[in-house]
Design a protein around this ligand. Structure first.
Ligand code: 5AD
Ligand code: SF4
Length: 459
């Protein structure tokens, strides 16, 4: 590492929120070694692409981006500055040394289980570029997360992510996650608590618990027993300063009674649930190995709504899974109509090397996928607008996050994860303010503070 202690690192993250969290961890690991974060790639001595492997499009992005990074490196070299190029994340884990062969100029390929070794690996790559570390020591998965080491958690804002669980044992037939992130593992309760307390002390008001299968959480509690996610949240709700708890991503099979009860009993648990269903057809769900039926899902939604009637639901959908017929697709549309979603992510099926579905016969043709995706997105978009429109006239608690686009304006989040913009009038980031929603803008709802008199218009 450099002697002057002024090296800069730029991390670009793709994909899920765990990558966002991991990017912060990388910065946290590098900070004591004299690296400062920069938001400008051209300014960076180390450029990290924190990649996603979930769909082909996401995975291919890294190769086009690497072209741009190499240009930046060439420009910097003209000024005599060196640049190290690092590929991290799930593409690194899945493709390893193959990346060095496909793309020239990569100095280091590092998988998610090895970020704690980044300083040493960068040093090694400076002496001899082309280092690959995708070791997978499953047992020690969380030994190097901030709560379990000396690394300091640095909060950046009022809302933070906190990894509680990683990996997946479900093996849905389309998905690479069990291969890139490995077997399910949960962090112990004490480590999570410690990190949550540090975050709260640093001004964080909202924590989103992360895991590829977060509600399969079964970390060891202080009593020696395995705690569920519901039990963990019950404890986290007691941390002073933590006002809001969220979690993502859940599997329908792991929505147990304790978790549903947490939505009923704990005001800190926000009324929002991301519960991917992928398809509304029993035949497709079976082929996907989702291990639940459409009726199981609909019943679950009823139970969750009985516990928390105002809960906003969001989901993930895949269209064009191998063998999906028009009738299967209609079942998905029907499920969407029955549930009514506040938000959703939808994708065309993308065959991933090494997954069972990639070898299935009856791959769906591209035009059919496109048509289905458009129809599905039109319906979901309609539901999203209806959900937002239904908040007009209501007063919701907004956690203030940052200044808005206009002077004096602030932007925060409603309990239902909607962005709300309003005239701040003395409010600050971290405040939770009752705001009456008066309209919808293009990216957010518009509101007015409900806790103080409206400002009089001056003639
Ligand atoms: N093709 C398309 N979408 C996929 N997802 C995961 N794997 C694939 C794939 N092979 C979607 C699922 C999952 C979300 C994170 O990404 O909907 O819930
Ligand atoms: Fe992938 Fe299925 Fe595991 Fe989710 S539950 S990460 S979709 S294998």
């Amino acid at each position: 590492m450099a002697q002057d202690g002024t090296r800069k690192v730029y991390v670009k993250s793709y994909g899920c929120q765990m990558n966002v969290y991991d990017a912060q961890r990388m910065a946290d690991v590098l900070a004591p070694e004299g690296y400062a974060e920069t938001a400008d790639m051209a300014d960076a001595d180390v450029v990290v692409l924190n990649t996603c492997h979930i769909r082909e499009k996401a995975a291919e992005k890294v190769y086009s981006e690497l072209g741009r990074v190499r240009e930046v490196r060439r420009d910097r070299a003209l000024d005599g500055r060196e640049t190290q190029i690092v590929v991290a994340g799930c593409v690194a884990q899945a493709e390893g040394g193959e990346i060095l062969r496909r793309a020239k100029g990569v100095d280091l390929v590092v998988g998610p289980q090895s970020y704690h070794r980044l300083p040493g690996l960068l040093e090694q790559a400076r002496r001899s570029p082309g280092v690959v570390d995708t070791e997978f020591p499953a047992a020690a998965k969380f030994d190097h997360l901030p709560g379990a080491s000396r690394e300091k958690t640095r909060a950046r804002g009022v809302s933070a992510f906190l990894t509680v669980q990683e990996g997946c044992d479900k093996f849905c037939t389309f998905c690479v996650v069990p291969y890139t992130r490995g077997a399910e593992a949960s962090r112990p309760v004490y480590a999570i608590l410690r990190e949550a307390e540090r975050l709260a002390a640093a001004g964080v008001r909202e924590v989103t618990l992360l895991g590829q299968n977060v509600n399969a959480y079964h970390g060891q509690g202080p009593d020696g027993a395995a705690w569920t996610l519901g039990a963990l949240m019950r404890r986290l709700a007691e941390v002073p300063g933590l006002e809001r708890l969220r979690y993502t991503t859940s599997h329908p099979r792991d929505m147990d009674a304790e978790l549903i009860a947490a939505h009923r009993d704990l005001p800190a648990v926000m009324p929002y649930l991301h519960l991917p269903v992928q398809s509304g057809s029993d035949a497709v769900l079976a082929a996907m190995n989702r291990r639940h039926t459409r009726d199981d899902y609909l019943r679950l939604v009823d139970q969750v709504r009985a516990a928390r009637p105002d809960i906003a639901l969001s989901s993930d959908f895949i269209v064009g899974f191998p063998g999906e017929t028009d009738a299967d697709f209609r079942d998905t549309m029907d499920l969407i109509e029955r549930v009514g979603f506040a938000a959703a992510y939808s994708f065309k099926y993308s065959p991933r090397p090494g997954t069972p579905a990639a070898d299935m016969a009856a791959q769906v043709a591209e035009p059919a996928m496109t048509e289905r995706l458009h129809a599905l997105q039109a319906l979901l978009d309609h539901q999203l607008r209806a959900f937002n429109a239904a908040t007009i006239g209501r007063t919701v608690d907004v956690l203030v996050e940052r200044p808005g686009r206009h002077p004096g304006q602030l932007v925060g989040k409603s309990p239902y994860l909607q962005a709300v913009a309003f005239e701040g009038r003395g409010a600050a980031a971290g405040d939770i303010i009752p705001v009456t929603v008066v309209g919808t803008g293009s990216y957010s709802l518009l509101g007015e503070r409900a806790d103080i008199e409206p400002e009089r218009a001056t003639a």
